[in-house]
Each structure stands twice: as structure tokens, then as C-alpha cells.
Design a binder for this molecule. Sequence first.
Ligand code: JB2
Length: 216
Amino acid sequence: MPKKARCLILGGGGHAKVIIDCLQRMGEATACGVLDRDPSLRGRKVLGVPVLGPDELLPKLARTRATHFVVGVGGVGDNSVRQRLFGLGLRHLKPLTLRHPSASISRWSKIGDGSVLLAGCVVNAGAKLGVNVIVNSSAIVEHDCVLADHVHVATGAILTSTVRVGALAHIGAGAVVRQCLSIGARAVVGAGAAVVKDVPAGQVVAGVPARGLVKS
Ligand code: JB2
């Protein structure tokens, strides 16, 4: 990472706080501003970082103030917002990849641009992560797991090993996925679920053992 990276945070809610805290702990880049679509946040600060306005300011800020961006929306259960914001950021700035100092990240893993590896998480040897992936606080991505772009592994979730996770899928907080399984693109695994068989693309599963939910 360049020494003087100046990073815009796209989104100014709860997840943005975790992102800014991580950036500050890393100490290698400055959070230079937050963009948020909510006009009531303009002029406020998130952990001392000013909310500058909506995403429309991005082109100007890329010329004048920022060098990098990171997606600051958690998008629980729907990662398409994070996908859209990542695409928007890429048009103007470079994605910053965050590695919290307390994260344990194997040198034998591969981490895609703009991914965020948060406090206390583990990414073990042979794991491959796409772009804009969240491995949230204390989540574990064991050896040889393969996560596609925009996946979110929520707080404390465990992918035991050699699990494949499709693009935009969400693994809920505290869920456990047995080794060698596949979680399809855009699937959602509910918080606390125990997944013991493959989950098809787009399916929502929950429970112990995890079963498919019929969308209402
Ligand atoms: O298109 C957008 C946009 N859409 C929503 N552009 C920008 N720049 N910002 C956008 N937002 C903003 O994201 C909303 O106006 C809001 O301020 C913020 C989302 O905040 P919220 O706290 O509702 O969710 P979050 O995604 O930051 O955090 C969720 O996910 C985390 C992983 C929460 O459930 C947290 O508890 C969780 N830890």
C-alpha cells in the first residue's frame, strides 16, 4: 500500500465505523472523508472523519483529495449494494485492501483488491478471496476455501476448509459451513446456521442443520 494513501469511505453507517477504525489501526492510510446518500449525515463526522456528501462528489474528490476508496456498507444479506459501490469507486479511484493488525492472514493466501479482513479474523493457507470481500471480526476462512467477489463472511462465521462460496453470497454471523461444501452465488446463510450440504445459488438457508427457507 502506498504510504500516503488518502481513502474515501463509501457509506457512513455502522460498518463504516469498523472500516475507519481498521484504517486507523493500520496507520498506513488516512481516511479523508465519508460519502453517504443520506443528506442528514452531511457535515457530521464518523469517528472523526467528515461526511462530505453523496456519491456524486466522487469524480471531483478523486481529482482533488482522495487516492483510494473502500466500500463502507455492510449490506447484510444483499451484497448487490456493495457490488455497485465497488464498481462506482473503481471508475475514479484505486481500491484499498484492509488487513487489521490482529487478523491472521496466511502468506499462502490470495486476497483480492478492496477486500477487508477485520479484527481477529483468520484467513488460512491456500484460501483465495475475490475482490471486495468482507471477512468480518473473528470470522474464520480455513485453508483452501475459495470466495468469489463481493462475498461477506459475517462476524464469527466459520468456513471450515475447502469451501467454495459464489459471488455476492452472505454467510451470516456465527454460521458454520462444513468442509468441502459449495455455497452458490447470492445465497444467504442465516446467522447461527450449521450448513452440512451444498446450498444452491440464490437459496436462503437457516437453522441447525440448515434448511432452505421459502421466500414470502
Ligand atoms: O448507494 C449508497 C448507499 N446506500 C446506502 N452510497 C453511499 N455512499 N452510501 C449508501 N448507503 C448508506 O450506508 C446509508 O445511507 C447508511 O448510512 C449506510 C448503511 O448503514 P447501516 O448502519 O444501516 O448498515 P451498514 O451496512 O453500515 O452495517 C450493517 O452491516 C454490518 C456488517 C449493520 O447491520 C451492522 O450492524 C453490521 N455489522
